[in-house]
Design a protein around this ligand. Structure first.
Ligand code: NAD
Length: 476
């Protein structure tokens, strides 16, 4: 299946060179496939195809585009189980989580399809008698999109859906670590009737591909999801060509528990969110700021729940947490734990790799973690919760806002006044109070500060893929 991984101008083909990379199953550490990687000549072909595809797609009506997208959504539903299995084998998440992700994908396609029919302009009353002043929105042009391995389908489907709904063509570089689900996703759009050249898929050496595509005058918009350092680099490349960019970067979400909170609910959700996808989520909670009177109760219940999680191959029945994506993440987890213990934190559970095969790391809880520990400052992107006691809501908010990250924030309280303070004062692109309320197709997903700019999802989603044109017209 991976011998022809490039989709260029409607044809699946092998790259023109001989370079290739390993695709590994993180549950075993074994190489399960070789992925051929593209050369510059392939990128030139993809650019030419995207330029042509853009001309075809932009001229179709929004209704025609929406019909094709709805067909793609229906096909995605039929293929969700196959796609989910690909994700488990290459990324490691439990099958139930992979199914959830695959089944949510058509919702993003459908929502964007309909939103594409509502890209309204407006009429501005003119200063000149008889003149008409209209503002219309147009697709920005061919898009270069780079999506990561933690949600192989979700991250890619958002970018493709938004581009297509706006009338743009796209060259997407999905993650080389998890190609199969991404290929299946692109195939559904193709089978649904998306014209040749509108969606192009390339795999390659990430830095090489991004530098080449972003520098091309054909590309008018860049969309990236990944780490802050890479986002800063790609943002600078986009700025050099004065190109639009959406950056969905790292996070370091605070999780505040006020003394009047429903502790049981906070523990249940905290454990679920922290260890989902083995913590490899940009919106994953990391810093747990607990008010002193409930600190011990929260800590004991949280540790007890974390200890019960069943770790294993995502395809095994009952697995609640899979492996990390690669050995780099294991080394990173070891480093975070070692550093936290050196700064005086207490290890309540976990803290070690599991077994000799695969990239498993125990669900880990560190308590009484000081603010200078690295885990309180750098994104762990793994299954480590860092608990710290706070003496007031003021302190919890101040500590939450201390970092340059500003993606998600979670908080628990029964007080409306305290909830309002969280809403108003937390520096984050998404604040979720007493539940998990982010990441639906109809709500904007994105961060502030170094967590990025622009929104994926929500009515804001299409803004980043469209330009504004004023047309002022007076009768001859
Ligand atoms: P990484 O920064 O090397 O890579 C992250 C992603 O960016 C990968 O998909 C990679 O292929 C891509 N990438 C890297 N350099 C690139 C370049 N020059 N041009 C285009 N794409 C490029 O890190 P990693 O070890 O793969 O992942 C760990 C870190 O990545 C985490 O600490 C986390 O901060 C970040 N990450 C964030 C998200 C997210 O949802 N925001 C997702 C995955 C990874």
């Amino acid at each position: 299946m991976l011998d022809k991984p490039l989709l260029i101008d409607g044809t699946w083909r092998a790259p023109s060179g001989t370079r290739a990379g390993d695709v590994r199953n993180p549950a075993t550490g074994q190489t399960i496939a070789r992925l051929p990687l593209c050369e510059r000549a392939d990128l030139d072909d993809a650019l030419a195809a995207a330029a042509k595809g853009f001309q075809t797609w932009r001229k179709m009506t929004a209704l025609e585009r929406a019909k094709i997208m709805h067909r793609a959504a229906a096909l995605l539903r039929e293929r969700a189980d196959t796609i989910a299995h690909h994700m488990v084998r290459e990324q490691g998440k439990p099958l139930a989580e992979a199914r959830g992700e695959a089944n949510a994908a058509p919702e993003h396609v459908e929502w964007h399809a309909e939103e594409g029919r509502r890209t309204y302009g407006r009429v501005i009353p003119s200063r000149i008698p008889g003149a008409r002043q209209m503002v219309i929105r147009e697709p920005v042009g061919p898009v270069a999109a780079f999506s990561p391995w933690n949600f192989p389908v979700n991250q890619l489907v958002r970018k493709i859906s938004a581009a297509l709904a706006a009338g743009c063509s796209i060259i997407a570089k999905p993650p080389e670590e998890t190609p199969s689900a991404c290929i299946e996703l692109a195939r559904t759009f193709q089978d649904a009737g998306v014209p040749d050249g509108v969606i192009n898929i390339v795999f390659g050496i990430p830095a090489e591909v991004s530098e080449y595509l972003i520098a091309s005058p054909i590309i008018r918009k860049v969309s990236f999801t990944g780490s802050v350092p890479v986002g800063k680099h790609l943002g600078a490349l986009a700025a050099a060509g004065v190109k639009r960019a959406t950056m969905e970067l790292g996070g370091h979400a605070p999780f505040i528990v006020a003394q009047d909170a429903d502790i049981e609910a906070a523990v249940r959700l905290g454990v679920m969110l922290k260890y989902r996808n083995a913590g490899q989520i940009c919106a994953s909670p990391t810093r747990f700021y607990i008010e002193e009177p409930v600190y011990d109760a929260f800590r004991m219940a949280f540790v007890a729940a974390a200890k019960t999680l069943k770790i294993g191959d995502g395809l095994d029945a009952g697995t609640q947490m899979g492996p990390l994506a690669n050995p780099r993440r294991l080394d990173a987890m070891d480093g975070f734990v070692e550093d936290a213990l050196a700064t005086g934190a207490h290890l309540d559970c976990g803290g070690r790799r599991v077994g000799n095969a695969g990239f498993f790391f125990e669900p880990t809880v560190l308590s009484n973690v000081p603010e200078n520990a690295r885990i309180m400052n750098d994104e762990p992107f793994g299954p480590i919760a860092a608990l710290a006691k706070v003496t007031s809501i003021d302190e919890a908010i101040a500590r939450s806002n201390r970092l340059e990250f500003g993606l998600a924030a979670f908080a628990f309280t029964r007080s409306l006044a305290t909830a309002n303070r969280f809403s108003d004062e937390l520096h984050a692109g998404m604040v979720s109070i007493n539940h998990f309320g982010i990441a639906a197709a109809e709500t904007p997903f994105g961060g502030i500060k170094e967590s990025g700019y622009g929104s994926e999802g929500g009515a804001e989603s299409l803004d980043a893929f469209m330009t504004v044109k004023l047309i002022s017209h007076i009768g001859a």
